[in-house]
Ligand binder design. Structure first.
Ligand code: ADP
Length: 731
């Protein structure tokens, strides 16, 4: 298109600009006269009293009267957002009911990445030979190579002062070049062969490759037991997508940052080049580099946490969602979304395939496979003949631990046997800290966080009581704050620290370590514990769910689950499913290499369906029973859910607002609205929370219903309303 065609008189074309702010719509502007601003361009525009960076959005900009239109100030020299991403942002906004500007914000994060960073100056050898070659000059020329070095680095390498460098530059013997502070990522080496696949893996890889080369969208589940080698299979799929299109980009989503390091290494081994990482632990400089290189299309392989889904890929052609069932894909703060579901949507809209991998796929995904919406490939056995662990229950009613201890005699014996043959044990308890509840033995007072209905958890290493919901913490008081009894506050129940105390007392010579987000607060600390475990330097690892996912510990042959009933009492619709997934993942850590493994689950409810399914290894029967009960209740995936949460400090205002919402519920076929009900954690950080739950038939357009309903109620300034489509948390 020629520029003048875009001119709308001397004033420039009308365009729309979306800002990364909680705004539902893009605003109307004029482009500077004669400047063509296509959708996706980053621009600076006057916004109220200030200037803001936004993105040119599709649309004519016809809404505002011409006279009121302001003109965009400038366009930034950054790669434009792709039409595919713009469409995905708009779709996500409609689906989640959050403002499009808030979704754009997830793509833009910080605007300063948009301006290219200052180039640094480096030196390489120039063509000319200096007239005068002193020993210092000679030293510099020998130190300088083909890769540019900064003046300081070069001077240091040659042991001379900076002046020598400048002299050589003047003489033409050194040449100054710009060094990009965001170096490009090495491209994946696609000629490198992958590992030799087993017959099963090869068949799975071939089927997926067939889907990819057929082009177009399609979601495929790789359904394989823990240790089956799913990763090898989907890395072949990534190789296929990268080879077919020399500009294609591939995104691999993983649920846990702690997993990234070994995973990045594995991907690097496969492709001879490190992929671009994306997660919350990166420094600002690492983020800027990844963001820019992804936007330019230069970073072709990205491994990231859920937020990587919103990176500005220039040409995304495949998304792989590893451990697709994992709850970490659901973002609960800010914009509420499920990264797995959005990944499938992004592929569907962008016309490219999506691969989901799991040993314990979610019921949602299983039903999508059963009903033919997703394809599936199965890997029913472990790689290289490793066997799945034998799983047994320990009935705690018949085999109870001694007073004040948490390991039953049977589990303690199993640990001893494992120690005696120099193998490793993992004791799993999904509870941080020392004790989950602190209770006054005199008056029964429970220690809670101020302004919250949440229990304080004792952390004995730090001698503090901590709230895991609000982050509040205090020193453990000597006296009960309710009755002043001294020394009466007692820890109730075990957390990982308490189990570790018992293990150290029982086996003083064993190397015992704890892995939880408290004992390993940084990615580095987690890495150290995990690599000590893989290397065999730990005899007994006591861990929360951080150890459950994806790790490969070759010497681990015993997994003991301290409290297999823990997740069952939660009472939300996925409690059994989540327990099944977590326990099969954690027991699946045992016996992944040459030596066979076993798992022992301590329980007071040995008859529970979940536990019976685990010992029988009958996942499909378990899923079928789950499916049946969800279908009977019209719950997902057979029906749709949405939660509406109101929160505020003023209880009267909150209740009035909730009543107004109740009164405004429009009649709609196939929709039930439950509530308002106080949230299970009613008070949190001084805020009170009321919930509605919308349950709808699968064919109901829930977002439209919500728009209709919520549009009828004005909410006062002191109340905040949040919509959670497809809720996973009911607290
Ligand atoms: P999953 O992701 O299904 O739990 P992994 O992909 O982690 O399983 O594979 C389990 C183990 O088997 C890993 O140590 C992996 O390196 C090894 N493995 C899997 N497939 C192959 C293969 N084709 N060749 C060599 N080693 C393999």
């Amino acid at each position: 298109m020629n520029e003048s065609e875009n001119l709308n008189g001397p004033a420039g074309a009308r365009i729309k600009v979306l800002f990364p702010l909680p705004l539902f719509t893009a605003f109307d502007y004029r482009a500077p006269p004669g400047v063509d601003l296509a959708p996706g361009r980053f621009v600076v525009a006057p916004f109220g009293p200030r200037e803001a960076v936004g993105v040119v959005w599709p649309g004519e900009g016809e809404d505002a009267p011409a006279l009121k239109l302001k003109t965009v100030l400038s366009a930034l020299d950054a790669p434009s957002l792709s039409a595919e991403l713009i469409d995905f942002i708009d779709w996500t906004a409609r689906y989640t009911t959050f403002p499009a500007g808030s979704i754009l914000r997830m793509t833009m994060r910080a605007g300063d990445w948009l301006t290219p960073p200052k180039m640094q100056t480096g030196y390489v050898r120039g063509g000319a030979a200096p007239a005068r070659l002193t020993p210092q000059r000679q030293a510099v020329l020998s130190a300088a190579g083909d890769a540019p070095m900064s003046a300081a680095a070069l001077a240091e390498a040659a042991g001379v002062s900076d002046g020598v460098i400048r002299g050589l530059e003047k003489a033409g013997a050194l040449r100054a070049v710009g060094i990009d502070p965001d170096p490009p990522f090495a491209p994946p080496d696609l000629s490198r062969p992958g590992r030799v696949l087993s017959a099963e893996q090869a068949a799975a890889a071939q089927q997926i490759a067939g889907n990819i080369s057929a082009g177009g969208h399609g979601a495929t589940l790789i359904d394989g037991v823990t240790g089956a080698g799913k990763t090898e299979v989907y890395l072949e799929a990534a190789a296929e997508a990268l080879s077919r299109d020399r500009q294609a980009q591939v995104l691999i989503l993983i649920p846990e940052i702690a997993l990234t390091q070994p995973f990045l290494k594995r991907v690097e081994e496969r492709f001879g080049a490190a992929p671009a990482p994306w997660h919350s632990d990166l420094t600002a400089a690492q983020r800027r580099r990844a963001w820019r290189r992804v936007a330019e299309g230069q970073a072709r392989l990205v491994v990231g946490a859920r937020s990587a889904l919103f990176l500005p890929f220039a040409r995304l052609r495949l998304i792989i969602v590893d451990e697709e069932h994992d709850g970490a894909y659901k973002q609960e703060d800010g914009v509420i979304y499920h990264a797995r579901d959005l990944a499938v949507a992004r592929g569907a809209r962008g016309g490219f395939p999506v691969i989901l991998a799991s040993a314990t796929p979610s019921l949602e995904t299983v039903v999508n496979v059963d009903e033919g919406r997703y394809g599936a490939v199965g890997l029913p056995a472990r790689y290289a003949g490793a066997s799945l662990p034998a799983i047994d229950l320990i009935d705690m009613r018949e085999d109870p631990p001694e007073q004040g201890r948490w390991l039953s005699p049977t589990l303690a014996r199993a640990v001893e046997e494992t120690l005696s043959v120099n193998e490793q044990s993992l004791l799993f308890l999904n509870r941080r800290g020392y004790a989950p509840l602190t209770l006054c033995r005199r008056c029964g007072h429970k220690m809670t966080a101020p302004g919250s209905d949440t229990m304080l958890v004792e952390h004995r290493f730090e001698n503090r009581l901590v709230c895991h919901h609000t982050g509040f913490s205090m020193q453990k008081p000597a006296a009960c704050p309710a009755c002043n009894a001294v020394g009466a506050l007692a820890p109730c129940g075990p957390g990982v620290e308490r189990v570790a105390e018992e293990a150290r007392a029982r086996w003083p010579d064993a190397a015992v370590e704890i892995l939880s987000s408290d004992t390993a607060p940084t990615a580095q600390a987690v890495r150290e514990i995990l690599s000590a475990m893989s290397g065999g330097d730990i005899d007994i690892l006591i861990a929360t769910q951080m150890a459950a996912k994806g790790h490969h510990f070759p010497g681990l042959t015993l997994v003991g689950v301290i409290d297999a009933d823990l997740g069952l009492s939660g009472g939300d619709l996925r409690a059994a499913e989540r327990t099944y997934q977590l326990l099969s993942q954690v027991t699946g850590r045992a016996g992944r290499a040459a030596k066979p493994g076993r798992a022992l689950l301590q329980t007071y409810q040995p008859g529970a369906g979940v536990l019976q399914a685990l010992i029988g290894g009958d996942r499909d029967a378990f899923l079928a029973a789950e499916a049946q009960s969800r279908r009977a209740l019209g719950f997902p995936p057979y029906g749709r859910l949405a939660a509406v949460i109101l929160r505020g400090k003023d209880e009267t205002a909150l209740k009035t607002c909730a009543t107004a919402h109740r009164a405004a519920i429009p009649g709609a076929d196939g929709v039930d609205v439950w509530g308002p009900a106080p949230a299970p954690i009613y008070r949190l950080r001084g805020q009170l929370r009321m919930r509605f739950l919308v349950k709808a038939r699968r064919n109901v357009h829930v977002q439209r219903f919500l728009g209709d309903w919520l549009g009828r109620v004005k909410i006062g300034g002191s109340i905040r309303r949040v919509v959670d489509i497809d809720p996973y948390s009911f607290l």
